[in-house]
Write a protein that binds this ligand. Sequence first.
Ligand SMILES: Cc1ncc(COP(=O)(O)O)c(C=O)c1O
Length: 354
Amino acid sequence: MKGLDLVEDLRKRKETLFTHPTPLERMKNISSLTGVEIFIKREDLIGCGFGGNKIRKMEYLIEDIKNKGADTVLTWGGIQSNWCRAMSSICRIFGIEPYLILFKRKNLPDDLGGNVLLENFSGAKISIVEGEGKKLIKLDDIWEIVSENLQNLEKMGRKTYLAPIGASIPEGSMEVSWGGIAYLDCFYELMEQCDTLGIEPDWIVHATGSGSTQAGLIAGSKLMGVKTKILGISVSETKVKFEEIVRFILENIQNYIQVNLEIKDEEIKIVDDYIGDGYGIVSRELVNSIKIVAEKEGIFLDPVYTGKAMVGLLDLINKGFFKKNEKIIFMHTGGLPALFSYKEKLEEFLKEQR
Ligand SMILES: Cc1ncc(COP(=O)(O)O)c(C=O)c1O
């Protein structure tokens, strides 16, 4: 089996962790404010493990973890990693022990609330690592620390699955980008909803962090042969770096589904103008975008991913990037537990507006 048939089969066989589809709603007030038709796909409302795109990815990854007979999962991320929170809550449901390595980063909140609080509720084993003199830990050092932890777990007799961040780049114990496959599946789900609503979206706009949400959506759009373009707003890396990562994940997805989607360079669309002062760094524009959506729609965005993607979407609309009458779907990919850990930084800018 391959291509469309394989995807249909995977969709039927996957581990269902939440009620599908997640809602797709029109952003009525934001649409009239901006003069552009905007819809929102509420991945944040996924009703398990506090929701978000990472839980959707787990519907596929958990199968791989179980199939490989693991009793333990080792993964890592920043202190407020949504990935680590999703991993700990889903692993627990299946009786698998989650081990998390959380890296502190200079200038980012390091309180142990938000996602860390939830991980503690899920009974995850957590080790917190800080770079010397609070410096950013280099990638090579991260791998060294992760490998040491893996060896220790194996010495303890634990059958450990090493899960890469965001189930995006196939590495560690993961050979297939299950995050990408999950978002290929999500694209199908979205098209079914669009059919019901009688709309043909021109764009899907979302935050890009580890790349598989974007790669999966692009693969979905190509495989279904529809006109929808996918625009990733980078929250961390340069456009060039993300083009490389997304392309790499796309190669892996195409190998898995055994279809050459013939993806052209211009079909991997990434904008890196909205990273601001860096990953997770809060700005006035970010606070404004969270506030506008809260006030106009009663929907809350997170400060690291969806808030920044909304800064990008609103600015691109202002600059006339989208054509008149184009329809846009904004993916709310979740991340809300971190909102509360950013309280102090967010308050600084919120105060200016009172
Ligand atoms: C809330 C949230 N939105 C978006 C993203 C980006 O998705 P991806 O990692 O698939 O690029 C992430 C993680 O990186 C996330 O936690």
